[in-house]
Design a protein around this ligand. Structure first.
Ligand code: FES
Ligand SMILES: [Fe+2]
Length: 396
């Protein structure tokens, strides 16, 4: 180029470099997962909301209908192959089936096959020749979960995907399932985002009497299929050169704890629940595929499941779990319904919903605490690469 310029060539000018990352092409699978990662179980709704009346849901861009028959929940593609009417507008005319409201095409709930056509008589020749896709369904944590397949693979056992401590231990739970706007990845990134909680949530009622740190130094470490945020330093006040002093401390708030802590986010607890203690979590915030956040407090664990609906909407599933049994469970329910549901799963979490709705990235210029975001994207990318290779029979 230098020679060409010397020879009188035309000087070309490069477009000015924009700051930061212009796209997510370093994480191609993540970038392509606007409608969620397939090959996972997702919670869709509370179990007691699914009855014999079919209801519509969208999951990862797929339109499905859920219906309960004889105690078992079923999921079918929510489109009648005849003229495209949603089956969720229909109802049940025979046990073990659902009928489209338009012409009475009737589908078997177990395999989706067209098993009767009411308006074409008992010997309708199309019977058995067409059908709708069905989805694997499981019920855990009081919710109905649907497996979103990559191809037509068999669904793996849901217990392999649930947080390990929720498979065998007894617990009680309270939670909320809210439809929210914004892409599921913004919700997931917000959940594990290291930088925001201490600033955005400092005004939340949930934190009214507890101060939040100003800044931390944090590492992200892997552990099994999870990544953990581990706090190395917690700073409660700071002098910002040329700008001034800043702290989250207030006279009406509790005094900040001494030292660093990794259970709960406001200090070293005196007593930790034995089930939680036994897990030996290295950090209080952890994240796993396909967007499951776990925040460990001394006496309970809060989970968030970010369920993709479509590119612009997700379902927020917030669950508070307490490993209690017997009479103590009543205390938990009273506390959940009286406070946690409104303050934590309501107003506090509403601040997150606000940010998720208005986030607009990429482009983005990440900063030091965003190691939480890039670690999550790396986890999503490497896990997806491995799973796709396994599915194609390549064990590399
Ligand atoms: S559109 Fe469903 S039966 Fe005709
Ligand atoms: Fe938050």
């Amino acid at each position: 180029m230098a020679r060409r310029l010397e020879e009188g060539g035309v000087r070309t000018r490069r477009a000015p470099k924009l700051p930061g990352r212009q796209d997510w092409s370093s994480w191609p699978h993540y970038d392509g997962a606007a409608k969620g990662f397939r090959g996972y179980w997702y919670p869709v709704t509370w179990s007691n909301h699914i009855t014999g009346k079919p209801q519509p849901f969208t999951l990862g861009g797929d339109r499905i209908t859920l219906i309960r028959d004889n105690g078992t929940a079923y999921a079918l593609h929510n489109r009648c192959p005849h003229r495209g009417v949603p089956l969720s507008e229909g109802n049940q005319q025979f046990p073990g089936t659902v009928s489209c409201p338009y012409h009475g095409w009737t589908f078997d709930l177990t395999d989706g096959k067209l098993c009767a056509v009411i308006t074409d008589g008992p010997d309708s020749p199309i019977r058995g020749k067409v059908g709708v896709a069905t989805y694997a369904v499981a019920e855990r944590l009081g919710m109905v979960w649907v497996y979103l397949p990559i191809a037509d693979e068999q669904a793996p056992p849901i217990d392999e995907q649930l947080p390990e401590e929720l498979v065998d231990n007894a617990f009680v739970l309270g939670g909320r399932i809210d439809p929210r706007s914004g892409n599921w990845r913004f919700a997931c990134e917000n959940g594990f985002d290291e930088g925001h909680a201490k600033y955005l949530h400092r005004t939340s009622l949930w934190r009214l009497f507890k101060p939040m740190p100003v800044w931390n130094t944090t590492r992200v470490v892997p552990g099994g299929r999870w990544i953990y945020r581990v706090q190395d330093e917690v700073h409660w006040e700071a002098d910002f050169p040329g700008v001034g002093h800043w702290t989250g401390k207030r006279w009406w708030k509790m005094r900040p704890p001494r030292g660093t802590f990794n259970v709960g986010n406001t200090g070293t607890p005196k007593k930790i629940d034995p089930v939680i203690q036994a897990q030996r979590f290295p950090g209080f915030a952890s994240l796993s595929m396909p967007g499951v956040l776990r925040i460990v407090y001394p006496k309970f664990i809060h989970y968030e499941f970010y369920v993709p609906v479509d590119e612009n909407n997700h379902r927020y599933v917030g669950v508070m779990v307490n490993f209690l049994k017997g009479a103590e469970t009543a205390r938990f329910y009273a506390k959940y319904l009286g406070a946690i549901r409104w303050l934590f799963h309501g107003q506090f979490s509403g601040q997150d919903a606000w940010m998720v709705d208005i986030t607009d990235a990429p482009p983005e210029k990440l900063y030091r605490p965003d190691v939480s975001l890039t670690s999550w994207r790396n986890l999503a990318e490497s896990t997806t690469k491995r799973r796709l290779a396994e599915l194609e029979g390549d064990p590399s």
